[in-house]
Design a protein around this ligand. Structure first.
Ligand code: ADP
Ligand code: F6P
Length: 322
């Protein structure tokens, strides 16, 4: 019987994590459980940085970006000894179950803990959208909107000067953010890790865009692509494209700031979904959203895998760039 659960946020923060924390706390309290917040992800777990969370502690946070619990990357937790020690600490504090709000690495950690016998439920949260078990993860929509605002702005200045722009977006090894920003932002080309391209091919795409009468060329580049924005720019300087090129790396701007409506709602639904899963007696699962439904997927099927991109979308980006 679950009576006392802990919640932590881990890995890269994502707008909407606070909505998920709030939902875990309030839905858990409604079950009659005690809720413990663990600060700074697995690092805080190993240093026993725990504090009780009541309904008022999560007031006024649904609209805030980042995570009130803090987040961290914790190399020690990647070791079998680290995971074992974490399981012991949770036992010592009388924690019956743990909710891990985080991305791919964090859910691998959650799976490792569940294999140590700890009841764990993951909540799919990363701007990268690379998690198996959720069509979309917490933070993606807000990050995408930030990228789109930047692309819209860059287009106007690019057109005034007939310039080409390389706009680099985050996503680690996954091209989802770049591809979707490229489609929704009307980019002339998209460069993603899943579809390797040569700098020559990118230069050709830019040249062709001008030849078709475009006043600018916007290339959205995923940070994880073999040729990221900086490497492409170096190549282009060497090869002298014949038109002006500028580079904008969006970086952490995409992760910061207030969550939009979609991520507040998704965070809320998935956080509450984690509590419902535990109340049903489920653990060792990731809570995500598939075809609009809140669903659970065994962490064994999630950990160490990456959701593939739909190749049709890449082709669509190319067709619509004419
Ligand atoms: P994200 O969850 O955003 O993908 P990371 O990949 O940095 O972020 O993972 C966050 C943390 O999860 C890591 O710092 C580490 O503590 C833990 N973690 C990652 N991979 C593993 C693993 N294979 N086993 C155990 N813990 C892991
Ligand atoms: O996983 C989220 C993410 O923002 C990735 O897109 C990016 O590669 C990475 O985290 C950046 O990590 P850090 O915040 O440690 O620089």
């Amino acid at each position: 019987m679950v009576k006392r659960i802990a919640v932590l946020t881990s890995g890269g923060d994502a707008p909407g994590m606070n909505a998920a924390i709030r939902a875990v706390v309030r839905a858990g309290l409604a079950q009659g459980w005690e809720i413990v917040g663990i600060r700074r992800g697995y690092a805080g777990l190993l240093s026993e940085d725990f504090r009780p969370l009541g309904a008022r502690d999560v007031g006024g946070i649904i609209q805030l970006g980042g995570t009130i619990l803090g987040s961290a990357r914790c190399p020690e937790f990647k070791t079998p000894e680290g995971v074992r020690r974490a399981a012991q600490i949770l036992g010592k504090h009388g924690i019956d179950a743990l909710v891990v709000i985080g991305g791919n690495g964090s859910q691998q950690g959650a799976y490792a803990l569940s294999r140590e016998g700890v009841p764990v439920v993951g909540v799919a949260s990363t701007i990268d959208n690379d998690l198996v078990g959720s069509d979309i993860t917490i933070g993606v929509d807000t990050a995408l909107n930030v990228a789109l605002e930047a692309i819209d702005r860059l287009k106007t200045t690019a057109s005034s000067h007939n310039r080409a722009f390389l706009v680099e977006v985050m996503g680690r090894d996954c091209g989802y953010l770049a591809l979707m920003a490229g489609i929704a932002g009307g980019a002339e080309a998209v460069v993603i890790p899943e579809v390797p391209v040569s700098p020559e091919a990118v230069a050709e795409a830019i040249r062709e865009a001008y030849e078709r009468g475009k006043p600018h060329a916007i290339v959205v580049v995923a940070e994880g692509a073999q040729y990221n924005a900086q490497r492409l720019a170096e190549y282009f300087q060497r090869e002298q494209l014949g038109y002006e090129l500028r580079v904008t790396v969006l970086g952490h701007v995409q992760r910061g700031g207030a969550p939009g409506a979609f991520d507040r709602l998704l965070g809320t639904l998935l956080g509450a979904g984690a509590v419902e899963a535990l109340a049903r007696g489920e653990d060792g699962v990731l809570v995500g959203q598939i075809k609009g439904e809140v669903v659970t997927t065994p962490l064994a099927e999630v950990a160490g895998r990456r959701k593939p991109l739909d190749p049709k979308l890449f082709e669509l980006a190319r067709v619509l760039a004419q």
